[in-house]
Design a protein around this ligand. Sequence first.
Ligand SMILES: Cc1cc2nc3c(=O)[nH]c(=O)nc-3n(C[C@H](O)[C@H](O)[C@H](O)COP(=O)(O)O)c2cc1C
Length: 368
Amino acid sequence: MAAVAPNPLFGENPFKLGLFSVNADGGLALTTVPERWRARWDDIVHISRLADDAGIEFILPIARWQGFGGQTDARGSSYETLTHGAALAALTKRIAIFSTVHAPLVHPVFAAKALATIDHVSHGRAGLNIVCGWNQPEFDMFGTAQADDRYAQGYEWYQILTRIFAGGEPFDFTGEYYDLKGVVGAPSTIQQPRPVTMSAAFSPPGREFAVKTSDFLFTTFAEIESGAAHIADIRRRGQQAGRDLGVFTTTHVVCRESQQEAEDYYQRYAVDLADHGAVDRHMAMKKEFANSHDPHVFDQYRQRFAGGVGTYPLVGTPRHIVDEMVKMHAIGFAGTTLSFVNFSDELPYFIDRVLPLMASAGLRRPRP
Ligand SMILES: Cc1cc2nc3c(=O)[nH]c(=O)nc-3n(C[C@H](O)[C@H](O)[C@H](O)COP(=O)(O)O)c2cc1C
């Protein structure tokens, strides 16, 4: 077999980029603008190849099983992430292809085989993003209650998965959540001991879980100052466990020639034409079931929820966006995901205008 290149997540760019939620309608936005993202398969392929050719490091799908209601039922339509990953693995060349997997909803024996398949199809570019759950109405669809300690369950899930990847003799596993006999799975993954792994969380237990299981934590921040404090906390937890855990964050992007133009469009899609019903439902559910943001974000930043479910806004000129990324890198983020109202309309401009400025700022190597 040809030599396998290292997964792009371990490549040389100091500040790495991914695309988040291209697989789901609306992307990350909760908006009614007519040009909102519809997540049609051919458009997803087009965007993934564009990102691949531009040297963007990864595609990260969102894992959703139902929408958030409102006028658009945002995220009501989305592609399942493992099958989506297998297809994109065959259609791209260099970019890492993550699958976001609900540990409590997808059996680890199945997940191991699916991920190994993607790792072979992609020649070592598969990625695993572990989510341990928050959205109870989705769990109701599976007839499943959430575990009292979802991260304890997730850790058993992870142990089974990685033991399968290690190959060897059939094994039994007896834990609090799984009781399995004669477990095997071949082929093993090309990436060893496992595909590059991140886990998405914000809370302290979620951080501890990431330290035990993942190469990267995927997390939110509200302001540069509080982001620095979060990173210090995550680093400290990693150091205590002897792990060098990288931290990725997530943003929604409006990039235009002038600052005013960008802000006007942000006002249009995330305030004037926000899907207010979906914003109300999403914020209420997140408040009830998840701690995935700083608490004050819910009250102060409604526009950010419509703009990109509470992620950090990168709104402005190419220069402004790169200045923001320089600050994010300076406080310790390894990179960020990007989401746009319409990836097809907006990603080409971002690639043309922002990537060269990132190279000049030392955030990325210049592209030949
Ligand atoms: C950046 C980020 C991305 C996430 N992506 C997903 C997702 O795709 N699907 C999902 O069900 N949960 C997702 N979550 C939710 C988390 O996996 C977790 O269930 C939630 O944050 C509550 O756990 P916590 O209190 O430990 O953060 C995400 C969370 C964060 C912070």
